[in-house]
Design a protein around this ligand. Structure first.
Ligand SMILES: NC(=O)c1ccc[n+]([C@@H]2O[C@H](COP(=O)([O-])OP(=O)(O)OC[C@H]3O[C@@H](n4cnc5c(N)ncnc54)[C@H](O)[C@@H]3O)[C@@H](O)[C@H]2O)c1
Length: 263
């Protein structure tokens, strides 16, 4: 008979775990940092380029629990240093949430695709993501940690967009990265998954569209099968699940967090 003893429900989901969150100063990353603290993480490292916001968030979570480290994910040496600093400070790395990303700077339709802008976006959304997975995975393999790596893709991996070609391509690349890395790292007990959120009211999208959050909610309310609006906490809940031992046999998965988003 199957063992139905609840294994993790009696303790906090991330008890004892050390996690890094890139793009952790704002939006999805900020909500996830707060969730990691609620769920008992031993240490949380917020990595971002927004120093003031990152420092303030780390202080609000608690200096003994959370630390802000400046890290531009388009620079591999900074990612390597971030992972090394985390291990020096906290002994190991259990969870890497590779979340930092940017939107297309202009419409980026194929007939007018600006390839310099494309390169800038790919340096963060694709190259940066790959470097984060690489250095987190190295630390986990070397430290013999059965870690969890989670990347942020997007609902755009399941739909074609009228614009933002480079952004859409970059998020497809994230899914490819997750699938390859999960296959290669499975033998080390390291899991790699991604979350694909639908549109939500973070600075990234609000600034891009130049609208307020209530306007964004009205714009998208018919797109969610469940009605209502996607919130950062919905995404953070999914990340906590993938970071925790509750998902111990899940890898290579792209978890849509989009309320059944439809065009
Ligand atoms: N907002 C949405 O509708 C939406 C939907 C699907 C996926 N996403 C993805 O979610 C992730 C988080 O975005 P968000 O919506 O929370 O936006 P956000 O702008 O609130 O947060 C993004 C964070 O990434 C940081 N960042 C940007 N460039 C960086 C770099 N080079 N190095 C380190 N940090 C950097 C920013 O400073 C910011 O704090 C992104 O990967 C984004 O593509 C967002």
């Amino acid at each position: 008979m199957a063992d139905s003893t609840p294994s993790t429900s009696m303790k906090k989901k991330l008890e004892g775990k050390v996690g890094i969150i890139t793009g952790g100063a704002s939006g999805i990353g900020e909500a996830t940092a707060l969730h990691f603290a609620t769920h008992g993480a031993r240490a949380i490292v917020i990595a971002d380029i927004q120093d003031e916001k990152g420092e303030k968030l780390a202080a609000s979570i608690g200096p003994g629990l959370c630390k802000y480290v400046r890290c531009d994910v388009s620079k591999e040496d900074q990612i390597k240093a971030l992972v090394q600093a985390t291990i020096q400070l906290f002994g190991q790395l259990d969870v890497m949430f590779c979340n930092a990303g940017i939107m297309s700077k202009s419409e980026q339709k194929i007939l007018d695709l600006d390839l310099d802008t494309y390169d800038e976006l790919f340096a963060i959304n694709v190259r940066g993501m790959a470097a984060c997975v690489k250095h987190a995975a190295r630390a986990m393999v070397e430290g013999k940690v059965k870690g969890s790596i989670i990347c942020t893709a997007s609902a755009v991996v399941n739909i074609a967009m009228e614009e933002y070609t480079d952004y859409t391509m970059s998020k497809h690349a994230v899914v490819g990265l997750v699938r390859c890395a999960s296959r290669q790292l499975g033998k080390h007990g390291v899991r790699v998954n991604c979350v694909s959120p639908g549109p939500l009211g973070t600075p990234m999208l609000l600034d891009k569209l130049g609208i307020r959050i209530d306007e964004l909610e009205r714009l998208f309310e018919r797109n969610f099968s469940l009605g209502g609006m996607l919130k950062v906490n919905h995404v953070a809940d999914a990340v906590v699940f993938l970071a925790s031992d509750e998902s111990e046999f899940i890898t290579g998965h792209n978890l849509a967090v989009d309320g059944g988003y439809k065009d």
